[in-house]
Each structure stands twice: as structure tokens, then as C-alpha cells.
Design a protein around this ligand. Sequence first.
Ligand SMILES: O=C(O)CCC(=O)C(=O)O
Ligand SMILES: [Fe+2]
Length: 382
Amino acid sequence: MAPPTATSTEAQTPSATLKDTQKQTKPEPVDSEPYRYEHLRPVFTQDKYPPLTPFTHVDPGHRALALPDPRALFKGPDVRVTELTPVLGNEVYGINLAKLDAEGRDQVALEVARRGVVVFRDQPDFLELGAEGWREWGRYFGRLHIHPTSGHPAGIPEMHLVYKDADNTFNFELQDHVTSTSWHSDVSYELQPPGLTTFFLLSTPATGGDTLFVSQIATLKHLSAPFVEFLRTLKAVHSGVPQAEYSRAGRRGGTVRREPVENVHPVVRRHPVTGEEALYVNAQFTKKIVGLKREESDTILKFLYDHVAKNADSQLRVKWSPNTVVLWDNRVTTHTAIVDYTNSGERRHGARITPQAERPIPALETLDLGVNKLENWHEVWA
Ligand SMILES: O=C(O)CCC(=O)C(=O)O
Ligand SMILES: [Fe+2]
């Protein structure tokens, strides 16, 4: 028997789809209140800074190792710690970051090194610290980095901002890309890139705007022993040039505060405190494996970037809620923003404090990073 057919009336006037209904009922974003963090919106001053100079980094995580219990802070009676995935990330309730003494901060540094990412909930005091408090917090963990191109709040150049609302986008320009995903380790082009990094949202969309992390210790562990052995022998160029050119082209406020640099880092680095080995290349800043032919370098880097992007079993997606402060270790993780809240017109306003750490330590002790760091890689690349 033939299946029942729709009547001609039904065929001509289909009922409204769910999408149509949502179009009619979706509320307009309302932002009538004065914005509480107006003074922390990004400015793009034309200040100029000299090149960064080398310094000796002493990692506070080392000091925690000398304590009778290096994790005592996380075992307090009111503290709740949840491992968010087996390989990466803890969520912590019951510790007030703004009130920690030196021993507490040292233990935080060690915990972030151990777990890659630590999500501290309920931190209203931290959000209210203000410029001096945030600087003092960051300086405890290393020399504060001033970003060469990004926006910062007026008078606080040590604070890198991400900002998006219905009318403005700084740092999240999708342009002609099919996704906002852009895996990176922050400013890895510096000779001494960041270690423990602090990030918090001053304004959080109701849903969306999560941050995605990957453990580069875990991604490395997924690779075969002979391949890892080969990777340990390699070093790669990380470049700040495209980022500076992007600004010089008139975008993101057109700011280039410091001339861009390129530095060579080991493809596999060793964490100075935990001793763990981590893959240290990222799609945003790593340009070339030194000494390989262009096609060899491109193929290996593409494989590694795909591996990182696809490895859900090494990833963690952090959902933001108001008063959350997230600390990550840029030496052993990479991350990407997720810009999926564009239709709501909601504001997302994030602030990062970025202490620099040691020059990356090669996992292979004998790997020579070179005095002439760039080894004419441009000649090969051009
Ligand atoms: O907005 C985010 O979720 C991450 C932004 C980011 O990558 C950064 O500030 O380092
Ligand atoms: Fe970042």
C-alpha cells in the first residue's frame, strides 16, 4: 500500500520552523547599566618599548617542593578540588587567591605546573584587586610581560585584554576563517616565554565563550617512541612578525609597542619543576623546524597541529562563570578561545597577567639551541 501523502493544504503552508519562532522571541541584548569595568576596557596607546633583555627566572614551584607537604593548601578543610580530566585541569573551591601568602602562592605554582590548568571559582576579591594588586600577584611568579600589540586598560600595560561586545572585537577577528579555533601558547616567540599565566573574565556571556586547553605532555605521550626520539632532536622558529604585521596593517588599534622578535625553541621542552616533557609547537606562532627542508617541516608541523586539535582525550574545555580565575602553565599546555557567542551581542571581557619564565629547556640535554639562534632560517624559508 502506498504511504499516506500530505494533503495539498499542508504541502502549501508548512508550519513555522523552530528557527522562525526563535527569531520572533529572541530578546534584544540590553545594556542600559553603566559598565562596571568601563575603566578596564582596552586602549591602544602608541607607547614604544625597547627589546626585552634576558633575565634569570626562579620558579616558585621549586620552593613548594621543599615544604613538608607541597599540596597542603589544597587539603584544607573548606577546600574542594576536582580533577576535570585525568590528564589536565583541576577545579578548586574554597581558596581565596587574593589572600594567599608566599607559601600558598608557591603551592599554587606547583599545582598549576602539575595539572597544566587550575580553575579557581568564587574569586570576587581577586577581581577587585586593581592594577597594583594584579601586578603584585603576577610579579610573584616572574617578570611581567607587556604585550607588543594587544589592548590593555589605561595605565596597566602589563595586562593583556581580550574584548568583544555587540559593536567591538579586539582579538577575536574571525575574518575569512571557518572557525575561531586558534591553538597557541601565549607569545611563544619571546626568548623567555610565559610560565604560570593568570586569566579572568570581567564580563562573561550567559553561555559560550569557553576556553579550550590541551595538555602538551599528554599529546606527546600519544606519539610513538621513535617519533618522540626524533622530535627531541628538533628546534623550531617561533615568530612574532605576523602578529605585528597584522597590527601594522591598521587592525587591533594599529599598535606595535616593541619590534617583533623570532626565537628558536626546542620542539620538546622539559618543565623545570616537574621534569615533564611537553610538545612545544603551536599553530599560531611556530613557523619552521630549523634544519629541515620546507616540505619536511610543513608536513611534521601540520601533523602535530592536527594531532593537538583532534586529541579530545588530551583536552579540557573550561566553562566560565562570574568570578572565576584560571591559571595555566604555558610551558606544557596550549589553548584557544571559542568565539561562539557572536549572535547574542553579549560582552566578553578578559584580562591576562603574563609573567615570563625560563628560556625553554630542551628535553634532549645535548640539543644546541645555538648562539646565533636563527641560523639563517629566513634564507631557507624565503
Ligand atoms: O579568551 C580566551 O578564552 C582566551 C584568550 C587567550 O588566548 C589569551 O588571552 O591568552
Ligand atoms: Fe592565549
